[in-house]
Design a protein around this ligand. Structure first.
Ligand SMILES: Cc1cc2nc3c(=O)[nH]c(=O)nc-3n(C[C@H](O)[C@H](O)[C@H](O)COP(=O)(O)OP(=O)(O)OC[C@H]3O[C@@H](n4cnc5c(N)ncnc54)[C@H](O)[C@@H]3O)c2cc1C
Length: 380
């Protein structure tokens, strides 16, 4: 990994998780000169804690499910074509929880990624009988990605600055100036960081969680998910994820022993572990929007736009071209619980939008969250 020289960049990307790495990768492919900055280390945020299961969404035929499954197909191909070494392609078995799940899955089959097969309970091997009583869907293309390895690989050949906490975005003479770096544009890939007032209007929420690495002699030949995920065993190690802890900041309890124990008990109810030694517990946060779609696009100067067009608060329409924006500043965030599934697809859309006038679907762009923010403002 290189360190940055003092020079002018097209974009400074703040945040070196899967969001920032994906943006850097695609902008670089478009010939943009980028630098990636992180207050800590590469993949030190939620991305480093993730189990990084690449799993489709099932049991629903909603537009959101279709979006996730398109992103799944895109990302599997993307990782295979470019970062195959980091991909554990054992396939993923999604066990159903109820009889109703099976009905819902059948209805939504047309938006499932290709290469799937419904398995009857008696066809499922390696797992406890009781856990499989409604059968499951096996996705041959399902995988687990080595989260830290793939992010480092995506950033190869790209300038990276670690241990640089960006607190102020100073824009002067057509450039952002950050600790000796000059960049014509900024991409904020910081999740729900409190450092940036500019992102408040997105109303992002955090859900914290744990992944546990376990040593066991049990050999599971595929990845699986029911109410928690269990990876295939590699060199005697199995990853189990993840807990879901909203409102972490307001919780006094610090060790989350109960949440972790509950998750491990669930895993034990699916798989007979031959030896079970906890090697490591990873903790991090996911961030998501109120409608769960990721958010990407130009950063709206929410306060100035509302000052100029206060009637937006009451629902009057103003074309988004007339909004006030921070100069050449973009965001790529709200990746939720499937950041590794979604980020390659959404980063490609953003890079195409910036470099090639590509459109951002209105379900993904910043405007929808701004309009919700404007409505909230009128209620306060
Ligand atoms: C326990 C757990 C399990 C998960 N399991 C899966 C899974 O199985 N499959 C899946 O696809 N996804 C999974 N996820 C979700 C996935 O990890 C997230 O969606 C993804 O990591 C979000 O990536 P990000 O780059 O937006 O955020 P992050 O990885 O958190 O990166 C943000 C970066 O910004 C940096 N930063 C913040 N503020 C500043 C600043 N002011 N200056 C400089 N740098 C700054 C941080 O240091 C951090 O490195 C899981 C998440 C968790 C926590």
């Amino acid at each position: 990994m290189q360190t940055s020289k003092k020079s002018l960049f097209d974009f400074a990307i703040i945040g070196a998780g899967i969001s920032g790495a994906s943006c850097a990768y695609f902008l670089n492919r478009y010939g943009q000169k980028v630098v990636v900055i992180d207050k800590d280390k590469v993949a030190s945020g939620g991305s480093g804690a993730a189990g990084a299961f690449l799993s489709p969404k099932i049991c629903s035929n909603s537009a959101y499910t279709a979006f996730i499954n398109e992103a799944f197909e895109f990302s599997i191909k993307f990782y295979r074509d470019n970062f195959d070494l980091h991909l554990d392609k054992a396939g993923i078995l999604r066990l159903l929880k109820t009889e109703l799940d099976l009905k819902k899955c059948k209805l939504g089959e047309e938006i499932l990624p290709k290469n799937f097969k419904y398995l009857q309970p008696k066809e499922i091997k390696n797992l406890k009988k009781e856990a499989c009583k409604f059968g499951g869907y096996f996705f041959k293309d399902g995988a687990v990605i080595d989260s830290i390895g793939v992010i480092k690989a995506m950033l190869e050949g790209i300038d990276v600055l670690e241990a640089l906490h960006v607190e102020v975005l100073r824009y002067e003479d057509g450039c952002y100036k950050i600790a000796g770096i000059e960049a014509k544009g900024i991409i904020l890939c910081v999740g729900n960081s409190e450092d940036f007032e500019e992102l408040k209007f997105l109303g992002l929420k955090d859900i914290y969680g744990h992944r546990v690495d376990v040593k066991s002699a049990t050999k599971l030949p595929f990845h699986m998910h029911k109410s928690c995920s269990i990876s295939a065993s590699r060199d005697g190690i199995i990853h189990i994820g993840a807990t879901h802890i909203p409102n972490y900041k307001y919780l006094i309890q610090k060790d989350f022993k109960k949440e972790i124990d509950d998750m491990l008990e669930l895993a034990k109810s699916y798989l007979d572990f031959d030896g079970f030694e906890v090697l490591d517990i990873h903790f991090g946060k996911r961030n998501s929007t109120s409608d769960f779609y990721p958010v990407l696009g130009k950063v709206i100067n929410a306060k100035e736009t509302l000052k100029k067009y206060s009637y937006i608060k009451k629902g009057s329409k103003v074309p988004k071209e007339k909004y006030e924006y921070y100069p050449n500043m973009f965001v790529h965030s709200g990746l939720g619980a499937r950041g590794f599934v979604v980020a390659p697809k959404t980063a490609e859309i953003l890079a195409k939008n910036i470099c090639d006038d590509g459109q951002i679907d209105k379900r993904l762009d910043t405007q929808r969250l701004f309009l919700r923010y404007a409505k909230r403002e009128v209620l306060i």
